[in-house]
Ligand binder design. Structure first.
Ligand SMILES: Cc1ncc(COP(=O)(O)O)c(C=O)c1O
Length: 231
């Protein structure tokens, strides 16, 4: 298959049964990207194939459990490629970005002390703000806010050094704004935060369907996407 074939949307569209849907005699158009991804036949076959094969819980010594572990490990390896992660075990699956972020915030908050600080931004989706505000409230941690420039809706990274200090534990920051599409220089933000000893969590939900992800180049500590929004 050459590059032109790969980029031709007509045969690609044909692989997506949901794109054949007709509403009142007209082909449906899906305008709500965040509402959910339409998947190609290969994904549908893989999901139903797993169920047909007699799936089971993970970690058991019996055949169906080992099959589940094999499938999960293969998915981790595929995701490792997508994110350019170093190892498959860096990949964690969850219900969605919000749930993963709530779990992570609870785990990290156990390492915080009253008087520690975290930074969230005014450009982020609520899913990357509320979990941190609640965890900070429960731990007596101070929340600092990074603002954005209203002329181009990019984060004011030049203000980040003023917010960081030796008490900063975490910077929770978006890679791309779901509201306006502006993109953040995560590499620079991570450099600044790491220099202060803070961890960096990146919300890549909006960036992931549009650009190449490379967690090693970004040098972030955590990056969360939403696979049902990969379209
Ligand atoms: C930028 C961004 N982050 C996080 C979320 C939350 O993602 P999820 O629905 O997977 O919890 C959304 C949802 O639209 C989003 O647009």
């Amino acid at each position: 298959m050459n590059e032109m074939t790969l980029l031709n949307p007509v045969p690609l569209r044909a692989q997506f049964p949901a794109l054949q849907l007709e509403v009142n005699g007209r082909t449906a158009v899906y305008l709500d990207g965040p509402g959910g991804t339409q998947v190609p036949q290969g994904v549908i076959d893989a999901m139903s194939g797993y169920l047909r094969h007699g799936g089971s819980n993970s970690g058991g010594p019996f055949l169906t459990s080992q099959y589940t572990d094999d499938i999960t490990n293969a998915a981790r390896t595929a995701m490792m490629d997508l994110y350019n992660a170093r190892r498959p075990d860096e990949i964690v699956f969850g219900q969605n970005m919000t749930s993963l972020n709530f779990s992570l915030s609870r785990a990290l908050a156990r390492t915080w002390q009253p008087g520690d600080e975290i930074i969230v931004t005014r450009l982020d989706h609520d899913a990357n703000i509320s979990p941190w505000l609640l965890a900070a409230q429960d731990s007596g941690v101070i929340v600092r806010w990074l603002d954005f420039d209203p002329t181009d809706c990019t984060l004011r990274l030049e203000h980040l050094p003023d917010l960081l200090n030796e008490k900063t534990r975490l910077l929770a920051i978006t890679y791309a704004s779901n509201a306006v599409g502006s993109i953040t220089d995560i590499k620079r933000a991570a450099e600044l935060a790491h220099a202060a000893g803070a961890l960096v969590l990146v919300d890549s939900v909006h960036f992931a369907p549009h650009g190449l992800l490379d967690v090693q180049a970004l040098n972030c500590d955590f990056l969360i996407s939403s696979s049902y929004k990969f379209d």
